[in-house]
Design a protein around this ligand. Structure first.
Ligand SMILES: [Zn+2]
Length: 96
């Protein structure tokens, strides 16, 4: 069987892919609520984002702050990229 799953994380990002679906949270995907840019705004308002892609097309984007509002329980307390990634994935599947 061909291997297809990739999982990766570090201090400032986390992600996983299986070919069709790709989920990422971290510094490479951002959103600025003040200026509306999604990748290249350099101001201090930009937030790291969770991004879900299906067949390489973006299907959902949530900022760090939006995820924090959605999470009722996290242990340890919500802080690490893999936790934001997991919460984002759960929100994605809640909405499809
Ligand atoms: Zn900005």
């Amino acid at each position: 069987m061909k291997k297809k799953i990739e999982v990766f994380y570090s201090d400032d990002y986390a992600g996983c892919e299986n070919g069709k679906f790709s989920f990422y949270f971290g510094y490479e995907m951002t959103f600025c609520k003040l200026h509306g840019k999604d990748t290249d705004c350099e101001c201090e308002n930009k937030e790291d984002c969770f991004v879900a892609r299906v067949d390489k097309k973006e299907a959902m984007r949530l900022t760090r702050g939006e995820i924090e509002v959605l999470v009722e329980y996290a242990s340890p307390e919500l802080s690490e990229p893999p936790q934001y990634l997991m919460a984002g994935i759960m929100e994605y599947f809640k909405n499809i």
